[in-house]
Structures are given as structure tokens and as C-alpha cells.
Design a protein around this ligand. Sequence first.
Ligand code: DGL
Length: 266
Amino acid sequence: MEPREMPVAVFDSGLGGVSVLRELRKVMPNEDFFYFGDSLNAPYGTKSPEEVRALTIAHTKDFLAMGVKGVVIACNTATSAAVRKLRQMYPQVPLVGIEPAVKPAVEAYPKGRILVMATPVTIREEKLRHLIERYGGEAQVIPLACPGLMDFVEAGNIDSPEIYGFLRDLLYPYVGNVDGVVLGCTHYPFVRRAIEDILGPRTEIFDGGVGTAKEMKRRLAAADLLCKNTQKEGTIRFENSNKSQEKEALFYRLLKYDQKQHPTLQ
Ligand code: DGL
């Protein structure tokens, strides 16, 4: 197959990367995507960085062997654990990871208080520390590990009393005293509505998905790998290491879910 005709792989530990896939489709509607979720091994965020690195590298190898023209690591945890190594291994491949949107949050609130919600691995890894050192400036950036939060999304449970209860317990110290919240895990945009409801309208939410999608488009354009057929509607192929039909059904529901309009999955 001609490289330009190949799909772009989008990878996450589960279904969270769908929040990035949605942004990718907005900026590149003609491209074909291959989405792979490793729900069988999820969550990644409570594993050791070595385990996450090994899984991410193994999956990326499979995507490239299969024939994809680029890879989006749509998982902050996998990006912090493996992206450096992957770039060394595949310098030729357009390979983009996602990282917490600390920079735009600090730009919006240079002296503000910014909460970074992410998995325990992302919070502990040096990548986030470097990001805060580099872009934190005079803002007070507060990392908050949220073990257990992604599991609600993996189960399609995003607007129940349980998720509100879980988030209220987690976020009560920050109600009314943070300017921005960075969603540092790709599962969290699906509970954005609950986070907004709890923290109130004066807290702004930042999500790295849009920047990641634009970066992938830039990288493909630089390598002259963008699909030339602007009439074509891009396709999506879904695969998950957990073969259950529920995962696939939830994937398509999340893909359509409108987080701004309505909190409920249809
Ligand atoms: N969606 C992943 C992220 O962006 C992590 C979820 C997990 O713990 O597997 O960090």
C-alpha cells in the first residue's frame, strides 16, 4: 500500500484515547485511523513504568509491522514511560505522544493555581516534573494522582452518583481555590462534566488532546504523508486486547459522546 494511504495508529491503555481520536478526526477528516486499546492490561497508571514501557513498545512494533504511517500514543501514562525510547527506536516514523496541557494552563493563569489530574505513573515520572520546571513559571502547579478514576470510564460509568461521589472526595480540597485543571489522562475528558460540576464554573479545564492532534497533522504534513484525497471520508478500525463486545459498543458510544451538551451516554 502507498504510505499516504495507510492508516494512523492511535493507542491507549483502553478507551481513553478515544478523546484524542475525536480531535484527530476533526483536524484530519480524510485520514483512516486504527484504534487499539489495551483494556486487557489496563490500567497502566498503577503499573510500574517498566511494565508500561514494555507493553507500549510491543504494541507499537505490531502497528508498524501491520503497516501504519504514524503512531499517536494517546495515553499520557504510556507517553511518559515510553515515548523517549520509541523516538530512539523509530526516528523516521511520525510518532506523537500526549502530555498534560500544563503550558496552555500556565499561559492562561500565569500566577494561578493549577491542578494536574493524572495517573500515579504520570505523576511520578520525571516527564511531568520537567514539564512543570519548564513551563510552570510563577504558577502554583499541583499534581494530583487519581488512581481508580479511569476505571469508571472503562466501565462506561461517567455520570452516575458513584462517579460524582468519587470525584467529590478527590476534589473537595480544591473547590473554589484552583483556576485551572489539567486533564492529564485521556480517560478524564469523559468525566469532564462531573469535574466541572464539582469545581464550579470559575475553574477552567485544559485537555491536551487538541494539541496532540494538531501536532500529528504537522508531523504527517512535514513527511508528506497526509492523504491527498480531500473528498474521502476517513474510516476507523477498532481493536482491543479485551475482545468483549461491550468494549466495542462503548468505543462507538464514546466516539459520539458530546461532553459539552449532555452528560449522559446514550
Ligand atoms: N488513558 C491513560 C492516560 O492517558 C491512562 C489510563 C490507565 O491508567 O491505564 O494516562
